[in-house]
Design a protein around this ligand. Structure first.
Ligand code: AMP
Length: 143
């Protein structure tokens, strides 16, 4: 199963935020869209980082409520692990497990074209496993 299959099913819309926006803006966006991470993108379209719920918890723990008025760029992770549409879902699982994160933006020709979350990966693996089990049952039944 490839990343392109996941994007085909869930769509390619990615909720992004500018680096200069405040952490309070990010909290509102996460709540409004019911998501766990925002890709931080410059007005020129360049991926500058990623900000997840975890970063907001860390920010509040370190700086208290004052963190909410600071910039997203002060708390985001700038070194973002990304993937391509042709990458295998298994590879992304490994990237997430080794990096201990749950979101991987998808890049094509330098542009952001989607995002894969751990929930998407689990869903796709489950569908694959159910499909394989059915194929095996059908095969045994037909024999
Ligand atoms: P998450 O598990 O996705 O909520 O993120 C946990 C931590 O990893 C946070 O500090 C995120 O900023 C960071 N993070 C999330 N996704 C990525 C990614 N694709 N590449 C690098 N860091 C990430």
């Amino acid at each position: 199963m490839l990343v392109s299959h996941i994007l085909g099913a869930k769509g390619r819309n990615v909720i992004t935020i500018a680096p200069e926006k405040t952490l309070a803006d990010a909290v509102r966006a996460l709540h409004e869209h019911r998501i766990g991470a925002l890709v931080v993108r410059t007005p020129q379209g360049k991926v500058a980082g990623i900000l997840s719920e975890r970063d907001i918890v860390n920010a509040l723990s370190a700086d208290g409520a004052a963190a909410l008025n600071r910039s997203v760029k002060d708390y985001m992770t700038a070194d973002v692990a990304t993937c391509g549409e042709g990458d295998a879902v298994e590879e992304i699982m490994e990237t997430m497990t080794n990096g201990r994160f749950r979101h991987v933006p998808v890049i094509k020709d330098g542009a952001l074209v989607g995002i894969v979350s751990i929930g998407d990966v689990v869903k796709s693996r489950l569908e694959e496993t159910v499909g394989e089990a059915k194929a095996l049952k059908d095969y045994i039944g037909a024999a």
